[in-house]
Design a protein around this ligand. Structure first.
Ligand code: NAD
Length: 469
């Protein structure tokens, strides 16, 4: 059989019956033809994406409601309009982003032209997760198409309704010789990854991230890994508990807690905890009523497997708010846990549900030590009326992103790069950062063909006169 790892440059030679061969061959040929390079072509794809969103808004809202019980508000805010904004920004700036970037020169290159050319990598693979199945497919896709690549999108098989819309409807809006959606779970994705891609963009959990990185390493394929982890939320004694509770509860329960940048746990003093718990109860009741299960504004857990995992986490520490669950509805109530130990599973794994443990610390220094003992998070939050406290947390810790006195508002700014550090990921995107992520930055120097007499000074035999120059 031919070697599935393939040779260099072109498409590999996988065994017969490989379901991806024809698709990948088609996209590879389209890229080599140069069709995706002109700005007009790229703009046409971005406009296609925009039309896809506009013409299928209701279908997408329904799919997101089926997958995650997403409210129309959450679907609009965190899936549809956020994707639309990325498209609009790329369309407005496409030609400027594509322009060669002139760079400064040294004495020996004064007469040359030196610049960075942003060129497409070629065939890009985007692997997306189920928690924001539209936004986390379209966001990277905007960058990859704007940068002039051909793209294979593999949405999550878990968010089935959205996967169906992406597979059946989205391709109609794009040039299908340059774009394809492929379907499958871990097994099919493993098979797909045997092929050589020119760039892989993965959003998902860190364990799977290692599998993706290992597969990419076989072909020396560059990657971006957008991963997850536990995002600490430090609450200083000097702040208004109700304001903090409103913001923490809102961002913890958004999408039923299934957000990679959600505040995962609170670090505060026992005194602040005593003030924060009733304030959290008040916020949760105001947001979702006395019976959150009947609220149209609270999402559901994506699957039985994740539901069981989350229900298991409810048995650590002491439940002071919520704690109810209903397997038939995949419902977990907004829950707050206290008396949690650092070694409890709820403090070991990313929670990814509407459960908020509170861990007590005696001082800001102890909170910073606690954060720094653990893997670097994707996001870190600090609440205080004293800006020096927020600045100290920022200065003495590391994380993919940081927000003082609120939840994940930093990711709404396309002018900020979005990505992790350490085990929460590598690389970043959003706005121009997406375009740059999906572009090879080619170092170019164009020298005039003449002037040989000047350049001849470089050639041997070298004399003391050469060295003086
Ligand atoms: P996941 O890693 O299980 O799945 C992501 C993608 O990888 C899916 O398309 C899936 O089909 C594929 N996949 C799963 N197992 C695989 C395997 N063994 N081999 C090859 N491919 C495989 O992630 P998920 O459960 O869909 O999403 C939740 C995780 O994603 C959380 O950890 C969350 O923090 C993280 N996340 C990160 C970001 C970010 O931007 N950093 C955003 C959303 C979610």
């Amino acid at each position: 059989l031919p070697d599935p790892a393939g040779g260099s440059g072109g498409l590999s030679c996988p065994p017969r019956m490989d379901p991806f061969v024809d698709t990948l061959q088609r996209l590879r040929e389209a890229f080599v033809s140069g069709r995706t390079r002109p700005a007009e072509f790229r703009a046409a794809q971005l406009k296609g994406l925009s039309r896809f969103l506009q013409e299928n808004k209701q279908l997408l809202q329904e799919a997101l409601a089926q997958d995650l019980h997403k409210s129309a508000f959450e679907a609009e805010l965190s899936e549809i309009s956020i994707s639309q904004n990325e498209i609009n920004l790329a369309l407005r700036n496409l030609r400027a982003w594509m322009k060669d970037e002139k760079v400064s020169k040294n004495l020996a290159t004064q007469l040359d032209s030196a610049f960075i050319r942003k060129e497409p990598f070629g065939l890009v693979l985007i692997l997306s997760p189920w928690n924001y199945p539209l936004n986390l497919s379209l966001g990277p896709l905007v960058g990859a198409l704007a940068a002039g690549n051909c793209v294979v999108l593999k949405p999550s098989e878990i968010s089935k309704s959205t996967e169906k819309v992406l597979a059946e409807v989205l391709p109609r809006y794009l040039d299908q010789s340059c774009f394809a959606v492929v379907l499958g779970g871990p097994q099919e994705t493993g098979r797909l990854l045997e092929h050589k891609f020119d760039y892989i963009f993965f959003t998902g959990n860190p364990q799977v991230g290692k599998i993706i990185m290992t597969a990419a390493a076989k072909h020396l394929t560059p990657i971006t890994l957008e991963l997850g982890g536990k995002n600490p939320c430090y609450v200083d004694d000097n702040c208004d508990p109700q304001t903090v509770a409103n913001r923490v509860a809102f961002f913890r329960c958004f999408n039923a807690g299934q957000t990679c940048v959600a505040p995962d746990y609170v670090l505060c003093s026992p005194e602040m905890q005593a003030r924060l718990v009733p304030a959290l109860q008040s916020a949760i009741t105001r947001f979702y009523g006395d019976d959150p299960q009947s609220s149209p504004n609270l999402g559901r857990i994506i699957s039985q497997k994740h539901f069981q995992r989350l229900r298991g986490l409810l048995s650590f520490g002491r439940v002071v708010i919520g704690g109810q669950s209903d397997e038939s509805d995949l419902y977990i109530a907004p829950t707050v846990l206290v008396d949690v130990q650092e070694t409890d599973p709820v403090m070991q794994e990313e929670i990814f549900g509407p459960i908020l443990p509170i861990v007590n610390v005696r001082s800001l220094g102890q909170a910073i030590d606690f954060i720094n003992r653990r893997e670097k998070p994707l996001a870190l939050y600090a609440f205080s009326n004293n800006s020096q406290v927020v600045k100290r947390v920022l200065a003495q810790t590391s994380s993919g992103g940081f927000c003082g006195n609120d939840g994940f508002m930093h990711l709404t700014l396309a002018s900020l790069p979005f990505g992790g550090v350490g085990s929460s990921g590598m690389g970043n995107y959003h706005g121009k950062f997406s375009f740059d992520t999906f572009s090879h930055h080619r170092a170019c120097l164009l020298r005039p063909p003449g002037l040989e007499k000047i350049y001849a000074i470089r050639y041997p035999p070298h004399t003391p006169r050469n060295l003086r120059v």
